[in-house]
Ligand binder design. Structure first.
Ligand code: ADP
Length: 235
């Protein structure tokens, strides 16, 4: 069974559907890019997948023993988050909050996990630094390490390269690809279709029409040809 199966989903606010008739599957090891213009419902879908808001109708089924609190989430950064007055180590460790259960304090296991993920994201040397003093790229590495503490099988990334310069953007995409090559399922929201589909295996395009399928199918589709440079070149 797929990790996530979405069936005939309608989502939105106060019964006003933003997206309806949505069907797609996320298999273990997938790299799915969710694209679409502003206001097409990408963030609403992400919030619904995370269980932060109820769907209007339809189903989201989690398979292969996955529960929704096992999805690591890298939110879109707001100015308040960028200015957060905590150290890198504290922020990464806070990703382990879900495994505390009834305990108030982080134990050896959580601290070890945080250390491993700081190493993985190559931010060990920054661990005592204050988050708000870091560059945008360093901040995203910290937040990825935090998301990895929360979950190691699926990561949901909301506009992870927004505001980063081209060099750091390329590094971030390559870091995310490495995680995917290591077996982590990636679901990424992006408004930058051309860069994000370079790495993706599957595309979900939201908008007036909905497309879900492999990247190759997308590039050959009318939507892919309309919305991407690569697809346009195939036309
Ligand atoms: P995207 O992430 O693709 O830009 P969103 O999911 O943020 O799109 O928004 C989809 C639609 O839902 C937009 O029309 C937006 O105005 C509306 N919307 C977003 N958040 C809310 C909310 N809290 N209450 C009511 N409508 C909302």
């Amino acid at each position: 069974m797929a990790l996530i199966t979405v069936k005939d989903l309608a989502l939105g606010y106060e019964n006003r559907a933003v997206v309806s008739g949505l069907d797609f599957e996320v298999e273990s090891g997938d790299y799915l890019c969710i694209v679409g213009e502003n206001g097409s419902g990408k963030t609403t879908l992400m919030r619904t997948l995370l269980g932060l808001q109820e769907p209007i109708s339809g189903q989201i089924l989690f398979g292969d023993g996955i529960r929704k609190n096992e999805i690591g989430y890298l939110p879109q950064q707001t100015q308040v988050q960028k200015d957060f007055p905590a150290t890198v180590a504290e922020i990464v460790l806070s990703g382990c909050a879900g495994s505390l259960g009834n305990r108030f304090f982080y134990g050896k296991k959580e601290k070890q996990k945080a250390a491993e993920n700081m190493k993985r994201m190559e931010i060990e040397s920054l661990k005592k630094r204050c988050f708000r003093e870091l560059s945008g790229g360093q901040q995203q590495r910290v937040l990825l390490a935090r998301a990895l503490c929360a979950a190691e099988r699926i990561l949901l990334l909301d506009e992870p390269v927004s505001g980063l310069d081209p060099k750091v953007t390329a590094e971030m995409y390559s870091e995310i690809k490495k995680l995917n090559d290591g077996g982590i399922t990636i679901i990424m929201i992006s408004h930058d279709i051309d860069s994000c589909i370079r790495y993706a295996g599957k595309i979900l395009h939201l908008g007036e029409n909905i497309f879900f399928g492999s990247k190759d199918e997308y590039l050959r589709s009318r939507m892919g040809k309309t919305f991407t440079q690569e697809g346009g070149a195939i036309a």
